[in-house]
Design a protein around this ligand. Structure first.
Ligand code: ADP
Length: 653
């Protein structure tokens, strides 16, 4: 998995996820609590509504009871009994006038009373006042009673009347011909009926009261309710399919108790069974109270069953219908903000992951690249140690240590290999040189002996010949010298260690070199850090080495050049460094300077044996000898390090 994805998952999982879960969880919890609160509040609303409706209906029942026991009504009981038997009572007219004026006056003073009827024992309307006005007795009958409404021939209705309990208000539906509504409409409310009792304890007649329900309309329209909430009242009448599910009140469609006409009966549900394909009504009837979420999830309807009429199976469902998002709306903004917050958090965590990954991966990638370069044979590539992350910096340090260590080891191995090769070369060349030297020595000795003999036998006046013979001898000696050098090189004599005061030994050597330096117009500079340093070595052999090094420096130095010879003493060793400011050594020649017979000098100046012999001597002493160009090739640095005490010979520098 890529580093940014890893970091992202970590930061997201470890920090953002719990925070987001917490925030979303708290919001969901609050929303749930809020929903419960709203449910409770609406439950309270419906409760208070039913309470108020109940009060009003109880009041109306009391009015009905009051009418039944009022003087004008009680006075006409006999006339009513007679009318029920088909006889016109002589007091009927005066009783009617009294009752009419009483009831009309009552209607004017007690608002909300619809029509008030006084029925005789046979259920025919003897008196009826509507909205404070008496209806005329215009329907003649055989008995000459003259009813206010059409004579009823409805035995079922009569039986129902007769079965009503005495001394109590009952609620029933009048036959359709007596309904006080427009044709095709149903009255909103049942009719309250109070049976009248005469002195013989028989049913003398009935007072029938129809309340308009304008008070109920007021109660329902003024009741406190949440915004955009509509109220509905639906009748539930299991025994009467015509009224079961009838919508009595719906403030959304304008259907009121007072005006039970639909503003548009085609579109507005007149029956609850048409709402949501009957699903709503099914649930309401089954549960009595609860909440219904419409199928399109747009509205939520709270309903509660209420029994407005005592001793009746008829009930009302009081319903509050509101948009489903009323409860979720306040959380809409919070949800939007939360989504914004979540997206922002995601963005930030992605950004952080990207930055973090770059921050962490870049040094590691760079480290990898440097290591690759190193492995590809570029040991001078420097591993950076610059990360600000402690662990990464430690890694960088470890790798730098590793590469430095490997480089150093590789350098040592190379040098050792070179030295071994050198020694092998020296050994084979030495053997050959020793053989040649040995072969040349005998004839050379013969030449010298013969030359000496000739010199002795030569007459003194032959000065010219004598000079030639001397030259011949000098040349032979010179050849002998070279041969000895070659022999020396070939079979290195073991060093004769002597405790040597460094200062004096070096001053003697410089003295010997001074004439050559002056001739080359070069200045010799000697620096000593310890005047009293004494070391154990072969002063002749090591002296030979120093002479070689300084001579090479003199040969390389330009006129007016300066050669600095520095001696430093260390606890276990002493070092001699020879610095010149000559032209330096060509890079390709640098590897060969220790090779026997490698020289860039003319025949009379160099044999190419100086450094190879010197290296042999130094190694025989257990020391090291290095020749390198100074910085910018501003000359050569020759460096020799020797142990202060006698030690075993070493291989390699
Ligand atoms: P020789 O001096 O006889 O040439 P050496 O073995 O002493 O033999 O030196 C080998 C070669 O190394 C020299 O010919 C010269 O090219 C080079 N060399 C040694 N020392 C120096 C120096 N100080 N400056 C420049 N070249 C040097």
């Amino acid at each position: 998995m890529r580093l940014p994805v890893n970091i992202f998952l970590w930061t997201f999982g470890a920090t953002l996820l719990p925070v987001l879960a917490l925030v979303w969880g708290v919001t969901a919890f609050s929303e749930h609590r809020f929903q419960l609160e709203v449910n409770r509040e609406i439950g309270d609303n419906i409760q208070s509504l039913t309470g108020e409706i109940n009060n009003r209906l109880r009041y109306e029942r009391e009015v009905l009871r009051g009418i039944a026991h009022s003087q004008p009504i009680q006075t006409m009981l006999n006339a009513l009994v007679a009318s029920g038997e088909g006889i016109r009572h002589p007091d009927l007219t005066s009783d009617r006038i009294r009752a009419n004026s009483f009831l009309a006056g009552l209607q004017r003073t007690v608002p909300g009373l619809g029509s008030i009827r006084i029925l005789d024992a046979a259920g025919n309307t003897v008196v009826k006042t509507t909205l404070g006005r008496a209806a005329p007795p215009m329907f003649q009958s055989l008995s000459q009673v003259n009813y206010v409404e059409e004579e009823l021939e409805d035995p079922a209705f009569l039986n129902q009347l007769k079965s009503l309990p005495m001394d109590d208000v009952s609620f029933i539906m009048l036959p359709p011909s007596l309904w006080d509504v427009a044709p095709g409409q149903f009255p909103s409310m049942l009719y309250g009926v109070y049976p009248l009792r005469n002195f013989g304890n028989n049913r003398a007649g009935y007072v029938v009261l129809n309340t308009y329900g304008e008070y109920l309309d007021q109660i329902l329209s003024l009741s406190p309710k949440p915004r955009n909430t509509h109220v509905m009242v639906i009748e539930h009448d299991p025994g009467n399919p015509q009224r079961d599910g009838l919508v009595l009140y719906n403030d959304q469609t304008g259907r009121l108790f007072v005006t039970p006409e639909e503003s548009n009966p085609n579109t507005n549900p007149q029956y609850a069974q048409t709402i949501d394909h009957g699903l709503f009504w099914q649930k309401a009837v089954a549960l009595s109270n609860g909440v219904y979420l419409s199928q399109n999830k747009k509205t939520r309807t709270y309903f509660q069953e209420y029994h407005p009429y005592p001793y009746s199976l008829v009930s009302w469902f009081i319903m509050l219908k509101m948009p489903a998002d009323v409860t979720s709306a306040p959380f809409q903004d919070i949800h939007h903000s939360l989504w914004g917050f979540t997206l922002l958090a995601l963005g930030i965590s992605l950004l952080l992951a990207g930055l973090g990954a770059r921050y962490f991966s870049r040094p590691i990638a760079r480290l990898g690249l440097s290591l690759k370069h190193f492995a590809d044979g570029n040991p001078h590539e420097i591993i950076p140690v610059d990360s600000r992350t402690t662990e990464v910096r430690q890694l960088q340090q470890s790798f730098r240590y590793l590469t430095e260590h490997l480089t150093e080891e590789a350098r040592k191995r190379q040098t050792a290999e070179r030295q071994m090769l050198q020694q092998a070369k020296l050994a084979s060349i030495g053997e050959m040189a020793a053989g040649i030297g040995h072969e040349i020595n005998n004839p050379l000795n013969n030449i010298l002996t013969l030359t000496r003999l000739l010199e002795r036998q030569l007459p003194p006046e032959k000065t010219e010949l004598r000079t030639d013979l001397e030259d011949l001898r000098a040349e032979a000696l010179r050849v002998g010298h070279i041969v000895r050098g070659v022999m020396n090189f070939a079979r290195q004599l073991p060093p004769d260690h002597q405790p040597t005061p460094i200062t004096q030994w070096l001053l003697d050597l410089i003295d010997r070199l001074q004439p050559e330096a002056m001739e080359a117009d070069v200045f010799l500079n000697l620096l000593l850090d310890d005047q009293d340093c004494v070391a154990s070595f072969d002063p002749n052999q090591i002296g030979q080495v120093v002479l070689n090094l300084v001579r090479n420096a003199i040969h390389a130095s330009p006129p007016m050049g300066e050669i600095t010879i520095t001696a430093r003493s260390k606890p276990d060793s002493f070092e001699i460094e020879v610095l010149d400011n000559g032209k330096g050594i060509e890079p390709e020649a640098l590897d060969k300077v220790f090779d026997p017979f490698f020289t860039t000098k003319s025949v009379d100046k160099g044999t190419g044996l100086g450094l190879s012999i010197s290296l042999g001597i130094v190694q025989y002493h257990g020391g090291t000898l290095e020749i390198e160009n100074r910085q910018d090739r501003s000359g050569v640095r020759a460096f020799m390090s020797l142990p202060r005490e006698k030690s075993s010979p070493r291989v390699g520098n």
